[in-house]
Design a protein around this ligand. Structure first.
Ligand SMILES: Cc1cc2nc3c(=O)[nH]c(=O)nc-3n(C[C@H](O)[C@H](O)[C@H](O)COP(=O)(O)OP(=O)(O)OC[C@H]3O[C@@H](n4cnc5c(N)ncnc54)[C@H](O)[C@@H]3O)c2cc1C
Length: 383
């Protein structure tokens, strides 16, 4: 296992990491290239996500579906999933951090009972609708409306770039009400709710990404998440998901580094393995250094989270730094494989293009720069 500084990890976290690694290597990796080409998430793996205790895994083990995983264990599971493909980790982020977490945190008891155990079993899939066609980085300006109507609400508007969108049974949807932004649970079969997949994307292809359209979509009063008040409630879910990304992208970088190392030791040019050239070694050492720094950053943020001392600005710093590192490692690995680097077979270009999505979603690199910038200067530079 790539852990150059022998960073100490708790036994439970290491054991889960090993179990998820075996799952990815034995059961997932062989499916990924075809899924990437066909632009589909391997839904046949969902029961295995559940058996591994990953779905909603960090929620308390209180009978609603959680497994009480520590942040470190969850993070390392994300690392191993993304070592396979960003689509696998994204699926977990959406189901756990963006759907089960808000239902657990903001939902009524009856909402928790209705959805969480089934979601932990993988029998119900969720999605999280915040982004709109005209509002990505500035969700505060969202246009989707939720209008009170008799004993319920009527939703009108569009969400886009929604992971799991068309395969989800229930959507966590954020909308504007007369009292401000609120979160709703909208089931797939509601009249007036339609989805359409975004088909021409060149990144995160082993996943489902869709547009959600609400046209006079009537939902009952108990679709409202009672505790989800204001945009801050949605942003708190994103902080949970970003925590997983900080670990996840280290996994993608590890996969690229390991592929580049093995390839350059094998590939002979000018009578020598290309790993014997100084320029190649410099690239490998830079990659390993970035990965090692990324691991240290992730582990320290995991410790802060376990101690309930993790601030969202620290998560922004970690997401920003580790995604940039992983993208750099993936692009470098791509170059080191020469022409083979662009082939799906070797996986490095797949990771590189996936990481272009991760650079943008869950808050873009630039927006996280502004979040940390505001934290250290006291000056908001968003507007
Ligand atoms: C594959 C994929 C899956 C996704 N899944 C989900 C999902 O499940 N749910 C969901 O709600 N959303 C999802 N998203 C949407 C994602 O969160 C948004 O794409 C992201 O927030 C950026 O919004 P945008 O694409 O509208 O870009 P824009 O906000 O239009 O930004 C375009 C560029 O302008 C920059 N920019 C914007 N504002 C500023 C500023 N103030 N200062 C400097 N630069 C700025 C941005 O950093 C970026 O470089 C997904 C996106 C992708 C690609």
């Amino acid at each position: 296992m790539l852990n150059y500084l022998d960073i100490e990890l708790p036994d439970d976290a290491r054991q889960l990491q090993q179990r998820v690694r075996r799952f990815v290597e034995d059961e997932a990796l062989h499916l990924i290239p075809a899924c990437f080409e066909a632009r589909r998430f391997p839904t046949e793996l969902i029961p295995r996500f559940a058996e591994l205790g990953l779905l909603g895994g960090t929620l308390p083990p209180d009978g609603t579906g959680g497994a009480g995983l520590t942040p470190m264990a969850y993070g390392l599971a994300c690392q191993e999933l993304e070592r396979g493909d960003s689509g696998l980790r994204s699926f977990l982020s959406i189901q756990s951090a963006l759907c089960m977490f808000p239902i657990y945190t903001y939902g009524s008891e009856s909402q928790q009972r209705r959805y969480l155990p089934e979601m932990a079993r993988g029998a119900l899939i969720g999605c999280f609708g915040l982004t709109e066609p005209e509002h990505g980085s500035d969700p505060i300006a969202m246009e989707l409306t939720a209008t009170p109507d008799g004993n319920g609400w009527v939703l009108n508007g569009t969400k886009t770039w929604i992971g799991n969108g068309s395969v989800a049974d229930v959507a966590v949807v954020w909308g504007r009400t007369p009292e401000g932004i609120r979160g709703f649970l909208v089931e797939r079969d509601r009249p007036g709710f339609a989805t359409r997949d975004i088909e021409d994307r060149l990144s995160l292809r082993a996943a489902t990404v869709s547009e959600l359209k609400f046209t006079d979509c009537r939902v009952p009063a108990d679709a409202l998440l009672p505790g989800a008040v204001g945009l801050g409630a949605a942003l708190r879910c994103l902080t949970e998901a970003r925590f997983g990304i900080i670990f996840g992208v280290v996994g993608a970088a590890m996969a690229c580094y390991e592929t580049a190392l093995a390839y350059t030791k094998r590939r002979v040019q000018f009578g020598k393995p290309i790993a014997a050239f100084q320029l190649t070694q410099q690239k490998l050492v830079d990659m390993l250094t970035g990965i090692t720094q990324g691991q240290l950053l992730a582990v320290q943020l995991g410790r802060l989270k376990a101690a309930d001392r993790l601030r969202h600005q620290q998560v922004s710093l970690g997401k920003r730094a580790n995604v940039a590192m992983a993208l750099d490692v993936a692009r470098t690995a791509r170059s080191m494989l020469g022409a083979n680097g662009i082939r799906l077979h070797y996986g490095v270009m797949r990771h590189a293009v996936n990481l272009e999505t991760v650079y943008t979603y869950e808050g873009t690199h630039e927006v996280h720069t502004l979040a940390v910038g505001r934290d250290i200067t006291g000056e908001a530079a968003f507007g």
